[in-house]
Design a protein around this ligand. Structure first.
Ligand code: SAM
Length: 242
């Protein structure tokens, strides 16, 4: 049996109440992650307490920056979700959201399909492909209330990958670290060009840890010009700059 004391304490820190069923879903997700990680590369972290803190609690810390995640039936997209972070923990804890998980690696999408089936999650969609390509599609462009992304690219590149998906009035929240000041200064031009406006940052240490987290919030204030994103690979190779 797992010792859930710290996990529950961390959930309480963020004022997140989970039912027994939701706690079970997190445990099954943990087990699937470790099992599939033995034959495919999903995560460098597999020890129980570390996964709880660095993947699950970290993903859920979004509540610090975005209260609406708790109760609203919003449409969310997670760009470069990998093994499902932060998207799957958000979907487990806040099942009323509709979520789309996008990643360019097919095997990770396959893993997420299995997780979804085993956890019996509803209103969840997967996209296998590059963020640059799907943002051109009518059904996906400027459709989401919220775009989230963790550990995918620097803020300039990420803004080009993410802002095209966000509807005007919606938000893009990037899970960032200590390097944020540097990244933000470089990304300012790109954010404006892509129709965004820097709204605020929430920074904090994850409870009972020394893990610093900065949630960087960008508001979508204008439509993204149709020429963005540029073709797949270009946002990373040549981040927008003055
Ligand atoms: N977000 C997860 C997390 O925090 O654990 C995964 C982070 S992993 C370092 C980066 C992921 O982004 C990989 O799964 C990769 O396939 C995906 N990725 C990178 N560039 C992408 C792009 N342009 N379009 C779609 N997925 C991309």
């Amino acid at each position: 049996m797992y010792n859930l004391e710290q996990f529950k304490k961390d959930l309480a820190f963020f004022e997140i109440d989970l039912s027994e069923k939701q706690i079970d879903q997190f445990m099954i997700y943990y087990e699937l992650l470790v099992e599939w990680n033995s034959f495919m590369n999903l995560t460098a972290i597999t020890e129980f307490d570390e996964v709880m803190k660095k993947h699950f609690i970290d993903s859920l810390s979004l509540v610090k920056a975005y209260e609406r995640i708790r109760n609203d039936e919003i449409e969310v997209i997670d760009i470069g979700t990998g093994a499902g972070f932060p998207g799957i923990p958000l979907k487990i804890a806040f099942p009323q959201i509709k979520i789309t998980l996008l990643d360019s690696l097919q095997k990770r999408i396959k893993f997420l399909g299995e997780v979804t089936e085993r956890l019996e999650l509803r209103n969840i969609e997967f996209i296998h492909g590059r963020a640059e390509d799907f943002a051109k599609q009518n059904g996906k462009r400027e459709k989401f209330d919220l775009c989230v992304s963790r550990a995918v690219a620097n803020l300039s590149t990420l803004s080009e990958l993410c802002l095209p998906y966000v509807k005007v009035g919606g938000d893009f929240i990037s899970y960032k670290s200590e390097k944020i000041a540097e990244e933000a200064a470089v990304a300012e031009y790109a954010i404006k060009l892509l129709g965004g406006r820097i709204k605020e940052q929430k920074d904090f240490i994850l409870p009972d840890s020394d893990i610093y987290r900065n949630l960087f919030i960008i508001e979508k204030v204008r439509n993204t010009p149709v020429r963005f994103p540029r073709k797949a690979g270009t946002p990373a190779k040549e981040p927008l700059s003055k």
